[in-house]
Design a protein around this ligand. Sequence first.
Ligand code: ATP
Ligand code: MG
Length: 570
Amino acid sequence: MKQSLTFIPTLRETPADADVKSHQLLLRAGFIRQNTSGIYSFLPLGKRVLQKVESIVREEMDAINGVEVLMPAMQQAELWQETGRWYSYGPELMRLKDRHNREFALGATHEEVITSLLRDEIKSYKKLPLTLYQIQTKFRDEKRPRFGLLRGREFLMKDAYSFHATRESLDQTYEDMVQAYTNIFTRLGLNFRAVIADSGAIGGKDTHEFMVLSEIGEDTIAYSDASDFAANIEMAEVNVAYETSTEELKEVEKIATPDQKTINQIASFLNVQADRCIKTLVFNVDGELVLVLARGDHEINDIKVKNALKAKVVELATDEEIRNLMQCEVGSLGPVKIPVGVKIIADRAVAAIRNGVAGANETGFHLLNVNPDRDFGVNQYEDLRFIMEGDPSPDGNGTIVFAKGIEVGHVFKLGTTYSEPMNGTFLDDNGRSQPFIMGCYGIGVSRVMAAVAEQFQDEKGFVWPKAVAPYDVHLVPVNTKDDAQVALADDLYKLMKSYRYDVLFDDRAERAGVKFADSDLIGLPIRITVGKKAVEGLVEVKIRKTGETFEWKKEEILNHLQTFFSSLDN
Ligand code: ATP
Ligand code: MG
């Protein structure tokens, strides 16, 4: 492509409102433009990257027998009413009316549409399993659209849905999907992990998120430094064998702790370690106030509290609720001598505390030498805390480290969640009517592009991996008024194109400095500069990633290119 004929509006300055590196550079290098909050146009270079990401996704979906379809963005409200999501999805769902006042949603996801499609068409187990996918624009009115393409309100998603007659069949496709996703993100050169996204009620293997490790990620991942264990921090199980010290039990002692409220204040006031303190929180669990205990250096994970108590809604009690229940201020709460009938649950680490420190349930006082079982009872010991860096990995291999992650993909076993309310049924091999067993699998294609952009850049601009670079080669004649340079550049352009290289040919009559700066910004894998030595049939070559430069003879360029591209991993 001749650069004079395309549209690459590069910017010298970093746009002020772009908050992360990928967004800044996608704007600066002329790949995208924002229309309004969370809504973008893909300019020619951006569109090419997107298309390359799409191709990789398509190849890997097709390889596991996924079949591509295209479903509508406009979805009648009745479908969403069947599953109840019309009411539960909230303001993220974009809604509109047609001229007859009929209500519609702009598709945020397509479970309803696909279930309604297949329920009328697939009547027998003989037509199953079936995996359909599409690459299509999704609409979500995100509360905080940000980071450019990473969290848009209109974005491109690959969504796949699988239909099965048996659980085993779903398990098989799920496994295939995990492999396909692994292939996709590996081919893109991304530093990613498949992360357990739920281990509580469902059982841990029914949903994984694919996370690209990145400091701007919104999720925290806990992973092992020695195995492939990785989980969303909210879900990571803590599997620690706490050792109880052999210290002799001492008498409880009440001590004045005026104005000392937090664990840190208490620990330094009393000159004890935080891990000797018992942290007491009061949660409102489906309307009942429950005391939840943890060791002073641990944080309670309310998702675990919710799962442990099989509750629907769990939230911290208000100060007023706490005062009414315990007759003291929050900073002096403890598990000893609590009102009759109040339930206590504790993290397993609490059981191992000897001669601990706890609030006295009297404002401004604490108790020393508090011991579980002797001084207070616990209804349930459970894993209730957040995992921490340095904890042993729950799979028994290695130590936990944290990283921030960008969720680029999600695989989920839906089971019959959609097929049951929507009457999506088929006849099994005994002639009995059964609801489809389903899975759904998403990849944020435009988010993936931004995640790649975030990872592959340096201070000068992008350093695109071959797999998604908008072009393979940047061909840059230095002086477009020099006949020898123009003639050689034209020859090389035709030659490389005839060998199926994607070439961006900077035929613009710009200063060399401008051309080189743009070229570094755009970040194609290799640049071929045609300069003063054109008369001798020599060009200067620069590898974008390493900065290495070479001089190549024009007859040897094809060989060199072949060697270079085959040496790249992606
Ligand atoms: P998030 O927690 O980031 O909001 P989600 O759980 O809502 O994601 P899914 O419903 O599982 O996401 O959607 C599938 C994929 O679509 C996600 O893994 C992500 O890559 C992408 N995605 C979701 N929301 C957005 C968005 N607002 N902009 C761009 N991509 C998105
Ligand atoms: Mg979301």
